[in-house]
Design a protein around this ligand. Sequence first.
Ligand SMILES: NC(=O)c1ccc[n+]([C@@H]2O[C@H](COP(=O)([O-])OP(=O)(O)OC[C@H]3O[C@@H](n4cnc5c(N)ncnc54)[C@H](OP(=O)(O)O)[C@@H]3O)[C@@H](O)[C@H]2O)c1
Length: 259
Amino acid sequence: MDLHLAGRVVLVTGGSDGLGAALVRTLAAEGARVAFCGRDEARLLAVAEQAAQGPGEVLPIVADVRDPDALARFVDAAADRWHAVHGLVNNAGASSAGPFETQDDDVWQADLDLKLYAAVRACRLVLPHLRRAGGGAIVNSLSVTARAPGAASMPTSVTRAAGLALTKALSKEFGADGVRVNAILVGLVRSGQWERVAAGQGVPVDELYARMGTASGIPLGRFGHAEEFADLVAFLVSDRAAYLTGTAINLDGGMSPVA
Ligand SMILES: NC(=O)c1ccc[n+]([C@@H]2O[C@H](COP(=O)([O-])OP(=O)(O)OC[C@H]3O[C@@H](n4cnc5c(N)ncnc54)[C@H](OP(=O)(O)O)[C@@H]3O)[C@@H](O)[C@H]2O)c1
């Protein structure tokens, strides 16, 4: 299936590792023009080098999404380079969950800053560009905990539930402008964050994937691959998904207890 993404300008936050990096490579392979950000320049440049093998173009930008000025510079850099923006993927994030009574205000504020306010601001910055282009797509990378919060899952589960509400509310408000807004609810997918968990535990990452893939009760019996996330998001930002908006898709091998 041709996604017709050649020449489309897509912004990806958190594109220097894991799911975001796979997405940058996939979009570039589809011929898109991809601006992506993260805080670490070396990791951004490494992904840019991999993605440069595709027919698309890439623009790595050092930006901390918690900093409103840096976020604005990121969006402006893409718009200045390519004179249009057709898509935004709010993907930057990190896991933050633990027993409720151990999570103080600073932990809650940090999670909201990184995963909610950054997405709110990025949407606000990008929407005028999408309207000018006659429409476009926003995809919010969330977690299955948004709909199925477990014990000791906060603040992430609450922040992600807010991201789900943001997704739905934006889809209602901007559908008339041709802007589609969807979310991916991620379960357990191979990425840099899990490599760091394995390193912290002193075990090979494949061992961690095998152990958790079995112990987590995933019907398909394994962790997902970052490329599986990338394929789904590439479809959602493309016009092939033209009638999909306001929805959230579990990417979890069937793990979530709710559809
Ligand atoms: N993989 C999973 O199993 C899973 C499950 C549920 C939800 N998710 C969500 O999916 C998204 C991607 O996760 P991942 O597993 O791919 O994580 P990852 O491998 O740790 O990658 C996270 C990306 O976000 C960037 N990032 C983090 N903080 C940032 C900041 N303040 N400003 C700009 N960029 C920032 C990181 O770059 P720098 O650190 O260099 O800035 C990196 O590029 C996250 O939102 C995560 O919460 C993933």
